[in-house]
Design a protein around this ligand. Sequence first.
Ligand code: FAD
Length: 497
Amino acid sequence: MAEKTMIVIGGGLAGLATGCYARMNGWRVRIFERHSTPGGVCTAWKRGPYTVDGCIHWLMGVKPEGSMFRIYRELGLAEEDRFAILTRYVHMLDEPSGATVDFTWDLERLAEDLHRVSPGDRRPIGEFLEAVRVARGFPLEMLKPRDLLGPLESAATLWRMRNALQRMLRFRMPVAEYVLRFRSPVLRRMFEALFLPEMPASFLFLALGQLADGQLGLFRGGSQRFSELVAARFRSLGGELRLRAPVRTILVERDRAVGVRLEDDSEHRADEVVSAADGRSTLFDMLGGRYVPGALRERYERWPIFRPIVMASFGVADAFDGMPHARHLRLARPIPHAGSRTDSLHVRVVNYDPALAPAGHSVVQVLLESDWDWWEKLRGQGAAYEEEKRRLAEELLDRLAPHLPGLRDRLQMTDVATPYTFWRYTRNHRGAFEGWLPTPEAVRTGLPRRLPGLDGFRMVGQWVEPGGGIPPALAGGRHLVQRLCREEGRPFVATVP
Ligand SMILES: Cc1cc2nc3c(=O)[nH]c(=O)nc-3n(C[C@H](O)[C@H](O)[C@H](O)COP(=O)(O)OP(=O)(O)OC[C@H]3O[C@@H](n4cnc5c(N)ncnc54)[C@H](O)[C@@H]3O)c2cc1C
């Protein structure tokens, strides 16, 4: 039988993973990526001896016994001892009250911190910790999509998940609503700042349960290395990765996607076309909006996407030994920024990986939510854009100084990425770095991966997985090829390098 062919648009992690699994199952695959490096938003860039790591703060499913780990292994990510287990998710500090909470895997210590901040919240704190304990055993089933599970597999999975599932279903409400059961405004704000106020509260328990279970980790070598390894796996399987190859149009003949036209006007044909690129440009530009049903169009109009961020990174000749690797600061005095004010800074001290900062040095990185329109407008004003980046960096250094003594004196590098930078790098709509916000509605409803009336076309990646994240991007590629194999009546094969 002649080898079937596949074109994948976008060489981010979802596109690369799809390519790997399609190669394992005999498709001839070409990935067209518009950028000069693979990996999409999972990237990093060098600044002198420092690496500005643009992505991985924590990864789910890093325990070797888990189903996600098998996917890491299949994609060439686990050949060496690459995953470092996290014992703390974040250290929270509320400047106005001086309250601190260490969100650690030690639930006894976490309980002490929470009770110290709010002795009057004994009951909801107990309920919260109990939910985290139950979620600790929640098996993340990543290997197969739900629609491919047979009745027996479904029943077995539901049985394994039954305790955690019951509780998760009870806490489907957004975090912003869940936190109202705490009397302390400080605790309320801390829980909202842990992840996102819009996401289902059950996600809090799931993520902290994973932490307590030793399943959250970091990747030694950082985000760029992570992407390079998956790209290397794709190439070693015989896949073709074309960089600097932006796709302009998806070619359609008689309601079947038959290939792509690149910006350079070259045309390329394949049996299957998969888009792993920004959802909006796929549907409305590359396909001209022709196959978008009303319900999907409405989601694109109404559903919120991740608020864009500014990421400021400072290279410092100080390891800041003993400092938590991740902190959340609620500032006593908000920072004027992007036409508004923000009092919430997420701070990383990257001093744990020689690939990212040399020994005795660190990269201090600050993430803050921002505004797309404001930065895009400023971008058109030349020098004003650079001046604002400088001003913001100075302001952030001032605000961090009390928490990281010596920061300014030993500062060697400053790098500021704006929402515009994220857009320029990946073309993700309005600089949204992780796709759709995982609101309860988005998580419940999901997004179609195929379009009615259009054969030979599928979507994968963070624009069809509300909440985004690396595990869904990688597992989504596996699921796509599993579905294709099922439709073609052949067994799905996954190999380990
Ligand atoms: C700052 C930051 C922190 C994050 N932290 C974490 C974390 O700690 N843990 C975690 O699990 N996840 C994290 N994420 C999210 C995670 O990295 C993403 O959800 C995931 O990598 C998305 O992969 P993707 O392949 O779906 O999309 P993308 O990475 O956006 O890939 C899409 C690719 O398509 C390409 N493309 C677009 N248009 C075209 C075109 N016309 N032609 C050809 N190619 C095109 C783009 O250049 C890009 O390479 C973070 C993301 C960011 C930005």
